[in-house]
Design a protein around this ligand. Sequence first.
Ligand SMILES: Nc1ncnc2c1ncn2[C@@H]1O[C@H](COP(=O)(O)OP(=O)(O)OP(=O)(O)O)[C@@H](O)[C@H]1O
Ligand SMILES: [Mg+2]
Ligand SMILES: [Zn+2]
Length: 324
Amino acid sequence: MSKDPFEAPPGTDTADCASKSTCGMAGKDGSGCASCSSRSGAANPFAKQDASIADTLGHIKNILFVMSGKGGVGKSSVAVNVAAALAVGGSKVGILDVDMHGPSVPNLLGLGFGLEMDEAGERLQPAEYLPNLHVISMDSLLQDKNTAILWRGPKKTAAIRQFLSDVQWGDLDFLVIDSPPGTGDEHLTILKTIPQAMSVMVTTPQEISLADVRKALNFLQHARGRILGIVENMSGLACPHCGKDIPLFKSGGGKDLAEQYHVPFLGAIALDPVTVLAADAGTPVVLMEEDSVAKRDFLALAAAVAEACAKDAAVLLPPPDEQG
Ligand SMILES: Nc1ncnc2c1ncn2[C@@H]1O[C@H](COP(=O)(O)OP(=O)(O)OP(=O)(O)O)[C@@H](O)[C@H]1O
Ligand SMILES: [Mg+2]
Ligand SMILES: [Zn+2]
């Protein structure tokens, strides 16, 4: 990469941002801050980068933004398995991991190598997992995997924008974005920079996770982000002996929530020990040779995601104040 990937563009510190009280949300004027991609052309120091991002996005058919209210509910597992399943089905797929504090995509894929420039020496080449599955993660740019990244919002925003402007993604059917838990700077940046991104909300069946998903849905309402649907992960336990369902936690909460918000329910993934084995082996469950409940569930989820994209089924929830 010609520029330092860790360097925020000048003026991107929100301390310098003239409109820091209003910027960050779609539809508001946020001139002067890098989080705000819709500034007027003349005084826009990021016009070139904006153009480069627009060019990248113009070559990507569907952008899936995997998010959740709570941490540890299976976002990264869903992102990696859906991406791998779509790739195995013949689609050209990219994975962008914007979880800078705990990037787990490289581990789930067993990727340990660095990144290279493209032939023109202008853009970064994403790591290749399969010929039609490429990956970019903050992790790939770090020399020492154990280094904690201590970044404030503006620098994260700058890095995420560079992942779109300075990476040679090429033509993609799907870009799957894995995110950190909650609704922070990374989420705002993605929704602001990629208004066409479709959120895939991952939850576990328990109320403690569902409550946080409601908050995340509320965030999407405010930020005017589209949602493709809800996924219930860790939905029942697949018995390691006979594969039968053990309702260890409750199940059905994700589906109920989807109905309540009138958003598609994309599928349920059982709690399955094979998921943990797969993670440790650095192989997505869907690429494991042996059959398993989680493998079937993830394949069905990927099919549902592809179908929802083909039908353009993503929903824009009404703003919170207009909801009945
Ligand atoms: N269906 C499942 N069955 C069994 N284990 C699972 C399942 N889904 C995820 N896990 C395990 O749960 C842990 C958390 O999953 P994962 O890292 O995908 O969650 P996450 O939401 O991305 O977490 P974070 O919020 O930290 O980014 C991992 O150890 C993963 O292997
Ligand atoms: Mg994760
Ligand atoms: Zn059993």
